[in-house]
Design a binder for this molecule. Structure first.
Ligand SMILES: [Zn+2]
Length: 72
């Protein structure tokens, strides 16, 4: 029975002959790890963070507007 590599969906070799199991290779394992890390880095940014820095919601919104607006 073959397991599909979570990264590239190709069949992975069995655990006995595959260090990177359930991935098909070490490269796919690292790609998946990197994707997972970048996902988790986005989570901690929330309302609590801005409050702790003494920035009100209006100030924070102004900062986002100022840096995000591009001239049309
Ligand atoms: Zn793969």
């Amino acid at each position: 029975m073959n397991i599909a590599c979570p990264t590239c969906k190709k069949p992975s070799a069995p655990r006995a002959e595959n260090k990177a199991f359930p991935f098909c290779c070490e490269r796919c394992r690292l790609i998946d790890l990197g994707a997972w890390l970048s996902e988790s880095y986005r989570v901690p940014v929330g309302p609590d963070e801005t409050e702790r820095d003494g920035v009100t919601e209006d100030e924070a919104a102004g900062l986002v507007r100022g840096s995000g607006d591009l001239p049309n």
